[in-house]
Design a protein around this ligand. Structure first.
Ligand SMILES: Cc1cc2nc3c(=O)[nH]c(=O)nc-3n(C[C@H](O)[C@H](O)[C@H](O)COP(=O)(O)OP(=O)(O)OC[C@H]3O[C@@H](n4cnc5c(N)ncnc54)[C@H](O)[C@@H]3O)c2cc1C
Length: 415
């Protein structure tokens, strides 16, 4: 994608990073009449992991005016997810929800998806400077941002506000010492794209599989509409000791060791050498300060299991944009309650679900012989990303309701 104008010396808002959080921020800020520019370290399209969206993403895409653009791409529609453990199966269907929200979304190759989003932002007249790395930021009442282009030339840019949407780049958390260790255990993921996935026949062919591996790992299988499938494994580092060191041999051996994965991926052709990422969970001390806020993955990243990353990235971008617009229009805003506390409520719900997945509370619920359909609808809405609907007991009292449900299941099973 080519769009490299020369940066001016000042803008209202500088956005760091052109991933989903950056694109949503830029689209919304521009719609409100602000003079916004995006600086992106790489050249798009670029690979990034995080391909399974949640229905709440549709709502944010509509709010930012980017929904129809994404819809036109014909991505694989995601109607729910299938959880498997040996021969046990549990299906969540987003059409059966407690919250009145979107009932489906997409599974997207991120290189293409992110480019589609940012092209929509460029079309609205936002300058996006690719191969421009933000190397320094002086925050405060009148922030100063230093960017370096591919030739190593530096430019200083004045602005009224900086939005850090730099994802794993964590620009402001690093510069301002905002990183906080995550309470999540250290985990490593190994993933690639494949061709030749023997998908189930009929309407289930495009459904995401989340497979519980008997040795304490889990695998994802995410079919795309172009015939490729994303395949990955997540586990604590010790899990991999039982498998070869070589990434391809390792991933193939992990697949072979699980009957569900082996059943459809035995003859898959890898499209690139599996990528390994470790220690990706990270926390943050604060989400905003004088003249800046942090959105998307640059804030806190929990875990991939419930595909919350892009949803939280987009939701944080939309929420922060709303506060910025009001602040720059001269209104009083309260970043703590309007942004930080709001985001913390959603993230905490996902955290409870992630913890319950790894301590296997959720396995007991998912693979229970029977579960009350009303309770399942409530869980489904949390899994769809509606983690701010406090009318949903599994959001409003997430920890208590999950423990209560497990106790009911155990009592009915006599354990
Ligand atoms: C193993 C794994 C699997 C995952 N699976 C899922 C999933 O299925 N679904 C899901 O929703 N999420 C998933 N995620 C999370 C997902 O990857 C992220 O949540 C998502 O990409 C966050 O989007 P973002 O816009 O915040 O950041 P990004 O998409 O990372 O974009 C940030 C951008 O900032 C740019 N940048 C960085 N530093 C600088 C700089 N100094 N100057 C300028 N630009 C800079 C980067 O080049 C990048 O383009 C997964 C994560 C992992 C680790």
């Amino acid at each position: 994608m080519q769009n490299n104008p020369v940066p001016r010396s000042s803008y209202d808002v500088v956005v760091i990073g052109a991933g989903p959080a950056g694109a949503i921020s830029a689209a919304l800020l521009k719609s409100a009449g602000l003079d916004v520019a995006v600086f992106e370290r790489t050249r798009f399209p670029r690979f990034v992991i995080g391909e399974s969206l949640l229905p709440i993403c549709n709502d944010v895409l509509k709010e930012a005016g980017l929904f129809e653009r994404v819809k036109a791409q014909g991505y694989q529609v995601k109607t729910g997810a299938v959880f498997l453990r040996g021969d046990e199966v549990c299906e969540y269907d987003f059409s059966e929800q407690f919250t009145d929200g979107s009932t489906w979304t997409w599974q997207v190759p991120r290189a293409e998806f992110d480019e589609v989003l940012i092209e929509g932002v460029v079309e609205r007249g936002v300058p996006v400077f690719f191969e421009h790395s933000v190397t320094d930021v002086e925050v405060g009442a009148a922030p100063l941002v230093t960017v370096e282009d591919a030739a190593g030339d530096q430019t200083e840019i004045h602005c009224k506000f900086v939005v850090d949407a730099s994802g794993y780049g964590r620009v402001l958390p690093r510069l301002l010492d905002l990183d906080r260790p995550s309470a999540q255990a250290n985990r490593r993921s190994l993933f690639t794209h494949v061709k030749g996935d023997q998908r189930p026949p009929g309407p289930d062919s495009g459904r995401i599989w989340i497979i519980v591996h008997e040795a304490g790992a889990w695998l994802w299988i995410i079919p795309f509409s172009d015939g490729r499938t994303s395949v990955g494994v997540v586990a604590q580092p010790e899990f991999y000791d039982a498998f070869p060191d070589d990434p391809e041999a390792c991933l193939r051996a992990v697949i072979k060791s699980d009957p569900n994965a082996a059943g459809r991926l035995a003859d898959a052709e890898l499209q690139f050498e599996p990528v390994s990422i470790e220690s990706y969970s990270v926390g943050i001390k604060q989400l905003f300060g004088d003249g800046y806020c942090v959105v998307g993955n640059a804030t806190e990243f929990l875990d991939p299991v419930f595909s919350s990353g892009v949803s939280l990235a987009m939701r944080s971008a939309s929420r922060a944009s709303d506060v910025i617009i009001r602040q720059l229009n001269g209104n009083d805003v309260d970043w703590q309650t309007e942004y930080s506390d709001f985001m913390a409520r959603g993230i905490d719900t996902f955290r409870t679900f992630v913890n319950a997945w790894y301590d296997e509370t959720l396995h007991r619920i998912f693979f229970a012989p029977e579960i009350n359909p009303n309770l399942k609808r409530m869980i489904c809405s949390a899994l769809a990303g509606y983690v701010w609907d406090t009318d949903n007991p599994f959001v409003g009292s997430h920890e208590r309701k999950l423990s209560q449900l497990v106790r009911i299941i155990e009592a009915s099973e006599g354990t």
